[in-house]
Design a protein around this ligand. Structure first.
Ligand code: AKB
Length: 316
């Protein structure tokens, strides 16, 4: 059977770049993008698109049968900062959408599922340096609790019902094409926009906030590779740790200053500081490296160069 993909949440930060990359690999008509609202021009013009609410199981099922879908990438979620403001809605969206897709796979309607987890599954009691794959997971945010619960359910559906579900714990993702919405790591994108606009950046995290981060191209490569890997190679069925680099606001602003010497940053930490303080500073991703060959490419200087040059073109 040919691979036929449905991306739910295709207009979001990861979904919009993943859709384009999957269309290049599998062919435009084999990748159906869907979201609750329309996305960027590039995404909308790139192939088939459907409006769908990820919490509406009948609607998702309708698309799966309409297109003969084999693989679902469930990218719809409410991120950490927004979820703290709307805990009920976050729990409802993040959990019910996952159950719908897992149940459809359990019923034999899907071959493979991709579901994103996050470093948010870790919490204040987790070792913060080189955080292991298997360690204390006591998240203190609504988003983190939903991701941890989701991971446990993914593993449960794999072990008990044979559902081929694959997952990655994304660090903060840095991209220039689509803005993220409502995350704690979003500062590392906002800062590049301000640099290109040649204005000061007021950071909502303090100087010491070191967090694991990754350029979107690396994240897309990881997502495609884990889904292309042979089933036997995927030994972790909750979610894989994934790492690229770690930096704090001072280090990212220093790297920007190499291109924009007048750039300045000031600090006004808000409620997101507490979230950042509960997350790891660096991640041990050796399981992803040895199981399915993960390796990151972009370091901070590469990311800064890519972000500044692309945002400059976009804003011209
Ligand atoms: C967030 O900040 O909420 C996300 C994440 C780390 O999952 N970027």
């Amino acid at each position: 059977m040919d691979t036929k993909i449905l991306i739910i949440g295709a207009c979001g930060q990861i979904g919009s770049e993943l859709t384009i990359a999957l269309r290049k690999l599998h062919g435009t008509s084999n990748v159906i993008a869907s979201d609750i609202r329309e996305g960027s021009e590039e995404l909308m013009n790139s192939g088939p698109f459907e409006i769908v609410d990820a919490t509406d199981k009948a609607a998702v099922e309708g698309l799966i049968s309409k297109y003969g879908i084999t693989d679902v990438y469930l990218m719809a979620a409410m991120l950490s900062a927004t979820a703290e403001k709307y805990p009920d809605r976050a729990w409802q969206l993040n959990m019910s959408s996952l159950f719908h897709v897992l149940d459809l796979a359990k019923d034999g309607q899907l071959k493979k599922v991709f579901w994103p987890s996050s470093i948010a599954v870790f919490g204040p009691t987790t070792p913060r340096q080189n955080t292991p794959q298997h360690t204390i997971t006591e998240p203190s945010t609504v988003y983190g609790i939903s991701k941890l619960a989701g991971e446990r359910w993914c593993e449960y559906y794999f072990k008990n019902y044979g559902v081929d579900v694959r997952s990655i714990r994304y660090p903060g993702l840095i991209s220039w094409k689509t803005n993220p919405g409502g995350g704690t790591t979003d500062y590392a994108i906002d800062i590049y926009h301000k640099a290109v606009e040649e204005v000061n950046y007021e950071c909502f995290l303090n100087e010491e906030s070191t967090l694991p981060m990754m350029f979107m191209d690396d994240a897309i490569k990881a997502t495609m590779n884990i889904m292309l890997a042979d089933k036997e190679k995927i030994k972790v069925r909750s979610s894989y740790n994934l790492a690229a680099i770690s930096f704090n606001p001072v280090e990212i602003s220093d790297s920007i200053k190499k291109h924009y010497p007048d750039f300045s940053i000031s600090y006004k930490p808000d409620f997101r500081q507490k979230i950042a303080d509960s997350w790891p500073q660096s991640i041990d991703d050796s399981a992803a490296q040895s199981d399915w060959g993960w390796k990151s490419e972009f370091d901070l200087e590469d990311i800064t160069r890519e972000m500044l040059s692309n945002l400059k073109k976009v804003k011209q």
